[in-house]
Design a protein around this ligand. Structure first.
Ligand code: ADP
Ligand code: MG
Length: 589
């Protein structure tokens, strides 16, 4: 069996669900017990009714009880079972929510720890839809198994036992019919229906992936006047789902038709043969009536159960999909060894080469440089030359293929990623803010920071004044992705967030590239304060006081270092650095 099929194996997934349910064993066994009690009462009832009928035709004592006593006794049982049913409903719902919580938490926790690459390969909306669907399915499976599947199965077995007591010939016929019904119901057209379900799920994932995508890029949608395109795309997606669902419903109709014919053959033969037995005195009226009620007790749940079985198979597909996310590998070296207390901040690249996992092209080739603790390194280079890749490697978002990256002389591969990142702060080109208050956005740098520390960080980042001028000051909510603030303001909040981390190593990846000249200088001014006393890596195209004073500059071209040294040196030698410098000087004049 291929890995793909195994993902959806019934037994496998049921065991998986059980691993969650068994944390609440007490509730589970209680519901099983209640369920059995209810089924017992239900399946004995028709027998009691039959006995009452026969009592009026002369029979008197059953179970050593007179019939009136039996009825009284029985009524008590029935009332208790009604009460239990209510209690059961309540505790099952609670159980479902608890299991759902554990399940969603497990997925979410895992997904938070998987490497960033996962997010380049998957759309968030898609992941969201998967989690949502699986969470629903897991509740529904627990509900159907606990609430009805087990009870129905037990009712059927109990009823069959009593039926055999009443008349073995009629029972035998029904046993055979039930068997045929069951086999038919769990196999006929099953594969096709499941295949469609998988397609429907994929379609839903894609659809919601797209919806998530355009919702987070709504500005681009509008500027390109693609509202209609997007809504039509959703429409088309749904049309496919509707067609697939229709195909699946056609198959279902065939299944139901077959089930109907099989069960009807059982009922018809029982009625005919039973009526004949009654006329011949082989069976009493009471027993015959009981038998007819049992037919109903058996065939109704049988339909129900087999449909449920199919439903469960379908939901298994949903859970299998989501479980995959749970098994997605986490970043290694997260917990445990390799913790570092505090770095001094020395960084060294020794012949580092790297290519992204899914690409053949080498992105960095034999890159070597060294930054002493507290120094500033500036990295220049054209778009695509590998600058951001260096930053990805420093943060261990990816691991380099060859060479060594050393922090204070320690091999980066031996340092726990989380403790490494906790020593760093980054300001990317387009910082993303959460749709939250400014205060919370800055606090994201260090959750336990006090309000005073946040204000302090904002002051260092030159952000305090404009924040104060906002309607609700630090409590102002920024829009989705910071759209209510200007680019320069967003960057300064990002700088405040970085400053709050008080990192040993600060990395600025084109933090000013997307800003206009005036704002650029404001932000660079803000940076000047933050970089003091820390190792700083500034990736940029812009010449500024920071880069001119940088302790070391490297120039990248297609993944290789083509020039390095100090500004005063580099402007003298011919090469890309001087070219760029001269072009910018001309522009400024
Ligand atoms: N996550 C990624 N997966 C695969 N390839 C990538 C990824 N990020 C960047 N690249 C590729 O690596 C090369 C260098 O990119 P990058 O380091 O971002 O350049 P820069 O920051 O200098 O503009 C480019 O060819 C780019 O297409
Ligand atoms: Mg870049």
């Amino acid at each position: 069996m291929s890995k793909k099929d195994k993902k959806y194996k019934l037994g496998d997934i049921l065991l998986f669900i059980w691993s969650y349910v068994k944390k609440h064993k007490g509730i589970f066994y209680l519901t099983v017990f209640f369920g059995l009690f209810i089924s017992l009462v239900e399946s004995i009832s028709p027998y009691v009714y039959g006995q009452v009928i026969d009592y009026f035709s002369g029979k008197d004592i059953i179970f050593n009880l007179s019939v009136p006593h039996l009825l009284l006794f029985w009524s008590i049982f029935v009332i208790i079972s009604i009460f239990i049913r209510r209690v059961m409903a309540r505790i099952i719902v609670l159980l479902e929510v608890k299991v759902e919580k554990d399940f969603v938490l497990d997925i979410v926790t895992n997904v938070l720890y998987v490497p960033v690459k996962y997010y380049y390969d998957h759309k968030p909306g898609e992941a969201f839809k998967k989690i949502d669907r699986a969470a629903n399915s897991i509740s529904m499976i627990i509900d159907s198994i606990l609430f009805s599947f087990m009870g129905n199965l037990f009712s059927i077995i109990m009823s069959l036992i009593i039926m055999f007591r009443l008349d073995w010939r009629l029972s035998l016929i029904n046993l055979v019919v039930i068997f045929v019904f069951f086999i038919f119901a769990v196999t006929f057209r099953m594969k096709k229906i499941l295949a469609i379900r998988k397609k429907v799920n994929r379609q839903y994932n894609r659809l919601f992936g797209n919806i998530g995508d355009f919702l987070s890029n709504i500005f681009t949608v509008k500027t390109n006047t693609n509202e209609k395109f997007e809504s039509q795309r959703v429409n088309r997606g749904f049309k496919k789902i509707i067609n697939l669902t229709d195909d699946s419903m056609k198959l279902w109709t065939q299944v139901s038709l077959g089930q109907g014919l099989i069960s009807w053959s059982g009922i018809l033969s029982t009625v005919l043969l039973g009526a004949y037995f009654l006329s011949q005195g082989i069976i009493s009226t009471g027993n015959f009536v009981s038998f007819l009620i049992y037919l109903d007790i058996i065939y109704r749940p049988l339909w129900f159960m087999t449909n449920q079985y199919r439903g469960i198979k379908r939901m298994i597909v949903d859970i299998g999909d989501a479980r995959e996310m749970m098994q997605e590998k986490k970043e290694t070296f997260w917990f445990g060894e390799g913790d570092i207390e505090e770095l001094r901040g020395e960084i060294e690249f020794k012949n580092v080469s790297f290519k992204y996992p899914d690409r053949d092209l080498g992105v960095l080739k034999n890159v070597s440089f060294k930054v002493k603790a507290g120094e500033t390194l500036a990295i220049f280079g054209e778009t695509g030359s590998g600058k951001t890749t260096i930053y990805n490697l420093l943060l261990r978002m990816y691991d380099h293929d060859q060479g060594q990256i050393l922090f204070d002389g320690f091999d980066s591969r031996k340092i726990n990623r989380q403790s490494l990142r906790s020593q760093m702060a980054v300001v990317p080109q387009d910082s993303s803010l959460f749709n939250e208050t400014i205060e919370n956005n800055i606090r994201y740098g260090r959750q336990e920071a006090t309000k005073a520390e946040i204000i302090e960080a904002a002051k260092i980042a030159n952000a305090h004044d404009f924040i104060k001028a906002l309607p609700k000051s630090y409590k102002t909510k920024v829009g989705e992705r910071g759209v209510k603030l200007s680019g320069g303001q967003v960057q300064r909040i990002a700088i405040a967030r970085a400053a709050l981390r008080n990192p040993k190593i600060l990395i600025l990846d084109e933090a000013t590239t997307s800003l206009d000249q005036k704002t650029k200088f404001e932000v660079l001014g803000a940076l000047n304060q933050v970089i003091a006393d820390r190792t700083t890596i500034i990736i940029t195209h812009d010449f500024s006081a920071i880069t001119q004073n940088a302790d070391h500059i490297i120039v990248l071209d297609k993944g290789k270092i083509v020039q390095q040294g100090k500004h005063s040196q580099l402007v003298k030698e011919s090469g890309p650095y001087r070219d760029l410098w001269q072009t910018q000087q001309k522009h400024l004049q």
